[in-house]
Design a protein around this ligand. Structure first.
Ligand SMILES: [Zn+2]
Length: 194
């Protein structure tokens, strides 16, 4: 994997398009509590690590929906290939940077700061690595999701070992990996509070 992808506006445009499609699908399904119409109720976000300026405005929004019926107003947040949970860095950055840098050295961090964001810290990189190798493999999502692969994934090689399962083209791999992880980007309905 190369960091060239992080400067590729086509990737960010494609991920935006996928998030729009996810959102349109959920909107068509109506409110799960009362069947009401779903209105736009996006969350503001200030992501780091991209995208190119012409897409910036759309990336300041995490698409979300809210029931239009008074007294219900239940929020429904579709899955996303752009935002990986609450992280301030875009999902594409978390995946690509983690895959490229297996070891965290000062030189590498300096390169990444220049390339990705001036505040990117070694602590953040180490936290991502711990998440890939220690947290993700213990999640219920992972236990189900990994079943789709015929050979077990090398945990110590995550996320590179995951990307490698999605073909040869770097762009396709990244998009497929973000789609694969997208169930993690919204809380399951049964676990939702209020
Ligand atoms: Zn409702």
């Amino acid at each position: 994997m190369s960091h060239e992808l992080l400067g590729d506006s086509r990737i960010f445009a494609l991920l935006l398009q996928i998030d729009r499609e996810f959102t349109a699908e959920v909107r068509a399904g109506r409110c799960l509590e009362c069947g009401g119409r779903l209105d736009t109720a996006d969350y503001p976000r200030k992501p780091r690590g991209g995208p190119p300026a012409e897409l910036r405005a759309e990336y300041l929004k995490r698409f979300s929906l809210c029931c239009a019926v008074d007294g219900c107003r239940t929020r429904t947040t579709p899955v996303s290939v752009r935002f990986l949970g609450q992280r301030v860095y875009l999902g594409a950055v978390v995946v690509l940077v983690s895959a490229m840098f297996q070891g965290v050295t000062e030189k590498r961090v300096a390169e990444l700061r220049e390339r990705v964001h001036p505040t990117l810290s070694p602590q953040t990189l180490l936290r991502w690595r711990a998440w890939w190798r220690e947290t993700l493999p213990t999640m219920p999502f992972w236990r189900t999701a990994r079943a789709r692969f015929d050979r077990p994934l090398d945990k110590a090689g995550l996320p590179a070992s995951l990307l490698a399962r999605f073909g040869k083209d770097e762009r396709d791999r990244l998009v497929a990996t973000l789609k694969f992880l997208s169930p993690l980007t919204t809380r399951p309905r049964s676990a939702r509070a209020g």
